[in-house]
Ligand binder design. Structure first.
Ligand SMILES: C[S@@+](CC[C@H](N)C(=O)[O-])C[C@H]1O[C@@H](n2cnc3c(N)ncnc32)[C@H](O)[C@@H]1O
Length: 280
């Protein structure tokens, strides 16, 4: 993994300067955390915030991820939240970091046609980017409990020239051993652990481990409270995220059969992307 350092250093991350960080800590975060939730919700409804509606309809769902990833919403409230908010900015960094890590794993795979299994995939934006960039054959199976995102994902993959490399499966990832007939070389759990309890993560990881050969990679992310807006997300968006350190997640993953972890932070320190290997 040492030879990845250049690729990671060359990622065009977004970061916040010292003045903005100070303003957020002293003024903006306390304001958005402590203004009565009814007032903030009213303002978001009045300004027709797509991000707020996406979260109210499906807290932590794929649509709100896509709005943050794209980073160019139409509504004024969304512009402020998506371009200035720490979580949306860190999400775009996570996508860039995830795509680079997956590209490297595909290129380092011993397989002639690496198989990537994406759990809780949504439309699969990060893996589509990696499939487009990787030098080396690869294909992905994308599993989600809801098929809402599949049409959007397939169209995106088609437009990026990798439509023939993705296959969407509707299903609960806890039953992955029943859904899958081809062992994966790489498994991803991006943007999902923060919405699950420890017990649910272990259930999913044990199921994933059962279809993975020894040495296969798993890629997942942690989230820390460094964004400073957990109270806002819980009260206004109805989003209850479970914040865990990379070490806490690694303990769960090792209980379920993984080892040799490497954790890479994005510059805001909100997310770490973590790679582990299936034990023999
Ligand atoms: C926040 S989205 C993340 C989507 C994508 N991985 C990304 O990073 O943009 C979480 C996704 O996990 C899916 N999900 C949650 N629990 C699941 C389960 N038990 N089985 C399959 N998918 C699940 C949701 O439907 C949702 O699309």
């Amino acid at each position: 993994m040492e030879n990845w350092i250049n690729d990671i250093e060359n990622i065009e991350f977004e970061s916040h300067g010292p003045v903005r960080r100070l303003l957020k800590t002293v003024v903006i975060n306390p304001l958005i955390n402590y203004i009565p939730a009814g007032i903030t919700k009213g303002l978001l409804k009045l300004t027709k915030s797509e991000l707020a509606h996406a979260n109210w309809n499906d807290p932590g769902g794929w649509r709100s991820m896509v709005i943050s990833y794209e980073g160019n919403p139409g509504q004024i409230a969304d512009k402020l939240l998506v371009t200035g908010g720490s979580v949306p900015t860190a999400l775009r960094n996570r996508k860039r970091l995830g795509a680079t890590v997956l590209t490297k794993l595909i290129e380092e795979s011993d397989s002639d046609d690496a198989h990537i299994l994406c759990l809780g995939a949504g439309p699969g934006i990060t893996i589509i980017e990696a499939l487009k960039r990787a030098n080396g054959a690869a294909h992905a199976t994308l599993v989600d409990i809801s098929n809402d995102a599949f049409e959007y994902g397939q169209q995106l993959a088609d437009s990026e020239g990798v439509g023939h490399k993705v296959r969407y499966i509707l299903g609960d990832v806890r039953n992955i051993d029943d859904l899958l007939h081809e062992p994966p070389d790489i498994v991803t759990m991006i943007g999902i652990c923060e919405y699950l309890t420890d017990e649910q993560i272990i259930e999913i990881i044990v199921a994933a481990a059962s279809v993975m050969p020894a040495g296969a990679s798993i890629v997942f992310n942690s989230i820390s409270k460094r964004h400073g807006t957990d109270r806002f997300f819980r009260r206004v968006f109805g989003l209850h995220m479970n914040h865990r350190s990379p070490e806490e997640l690694q303990v769960l993953m090792s209980e379920a059969g993984f080892m040799n972890f490497t954790a890479i932070p994005e510059p805001l320190g909100v997310y770490h992307m973590i790679v582990g290997r299936r034990k023999a």
